[in-house]
Ligand binder design. Structure first.
Ligand code: PGA
Length: 253
């Protein structure tokens, strides 16, 4: 198995100067951390300067979104090549804010995922149920559909280049993380699904992250859940001290 992965998703926060200061602080604080792979995901406008800080360190750069075409008349969109040029290695795909606020569908997410793989970028595919879907007992059905559509057309070996993030929508930015029991059930279900689609050995290589109200205080508990191979951190990744603690706690667990 690859090392655990901790991703900081900065969302639409920070000017270039603020992003640079945050990236510098994280780099300084994580100098000796090698056990966990750490990824920073600044807004598009800060990718270039943060990319310079990340270069030559153990940190990796990621983008929060991507367009599936190489180029063309797509006002406001960013292509895979443009992201690679800036040093991105990962891209977050299908975050619940993209699905629910911007109307992204499983099909558009599948096209984005395929575009990442074509261009050598590693997709971090987010899946997760809303509170209503959980209450109605539809969690498995929803996540199975999200995985099936997004991963349709992905060839067997390519699953090793994909990261999955389980992010229950009701846990994002709410201060209410999912319980270890809820997480381990869903992660085990995702692993089974991947094995069915891609075979046991390749599917065993895909990291499954948990995201949703991750903080230093709950990291130890979350990191010790079976099948949690990393974390996707939103709010707490905007404070260098908290993010560094999360990585440190995870690497000790
Ligand atoms: P949060 O966000 O940590 O602020 O809940 C997680 C995410 O949206 O990836």
């Amino acid at each position: 198995m690859k090392p655990p992965l901790v991703v900081g998703n900065w969302k639409m926060h920070g000017t270039q100067n603020q992003a640079v200061a945050l990236a510098r602080d994280v780099r300084k604080g994580l100098r000796r951390s090698r056990k966990v792979q750490v990824v920073l995901t600044p807004p598009f406008t800060a990718l270039a300067p943060v990319g310079k800080i990340v270069r030559g360190s153990s940190l990796c750069l990621a983008a929060q979104n991507i367009h599936w075409e190489e180029q063309g008349a797509f006002t406001g969109e960013i292509s895979p090549e443009m992201l690679r040029e800036l040093g991105c290695r990962f891209v977050i795909i299908g975050h619940s804010e993209r699905r629910h606020i911007f109307g992204e569908t499983d099909k558009t997410i599948a096209r984005k995922l395929a575009a990442c793989l074509r261009s050598g970028l590693r997709p971090i595919l987010c899946v997760g149920e809303t509170l209503e879907e959980r209450i109605k007992g539809k969690t498995t059905r929803v996540i199975t559909r999200q995985l099936r559509v997004a991963l349709k057309g992905v060839v067997k070996g390519a699953i090793e280049k994909i990261e999955i993030a389980y992010e229950p929508v009701w846990a994002i930015g709410t201060g209410r993380n999912a319980t270890p029991g809820q997480i381990s059930r869903v992660h085990a279900m995702i692993r089974r699904r991947l094995k069915k689609l891609f075979g046991t050995r390749p599917a065993g290589q895909a990291r499954i992250l948990y995201g949703g109200s991750v903080r230093p205080e709950n990291t130890g508990e979350l990191a010790s859940v079976e099948e949690v191979n990393g974390l996707l951190v939103g709010g707490a990744s905007l404070k260098a001290k908290d993010f560094i603690s999360i990585v440190a706690i995870f690497s000790r667990t």
